[in-house]
Design a protein around this ligand. Sequence first.
Ligand SMILES: [Zn+2]
Length: 190
Amino acid sequence: MTDHRMDIIWAPWRMAYITGDHEKEKAEEAARNALLPPLLDGGKDDCFLCQAAVCPQQQFPARYIVHRSESVMTLLNRYPYNNGHLLIAPRRHIANLSDLTILEWEEISRQLTRRVEQIRRLMNAEGFNVGLNLGRVAGAGVPGHLHWHIVPRWNGDTNFVTTIGAMKAIPQSLEAVCELLRQDDQSEMK
Ligand SMILES: [Zn+2]
């Protein structure tokens, strides 16, 4: 891994903010969405989690999907509160805990446990905020589709986090973290 890559994983905010070409970004997103197979039963067209639930594997990097199993998926938050901010969600568009099957519960718990340990090990995170916002009044950005947040914390990150809040991350940073986690998954499976 090059120093440059380390720099975007560890301190993306130090890099110059990329003046994004938003028209191009929107066109790329529309092209990606045009290639989507039909959504799962009950899926919503405008829900990025429902799109992630069915997208072809070639789109995983562009959608920052770290892992997707039969019923659960793990992806990086495009608007992170901190570096390495992950979302874990069932593939089905369901809003309530009581809608989860036992299998989904089990897979979500396994992913939560695994990702916390992985980010602690790979990114030296010193703590985590792990949780679930149920309903819009509780702060859920996508209230119809359950998703857990894992926000890694480092000593001294508070100023950064509270100043910036949810930010649009530099795409290279998201790609680099996604790649880091995916490569680590593969090395563990060997
Ligand atoms: Zn959804």
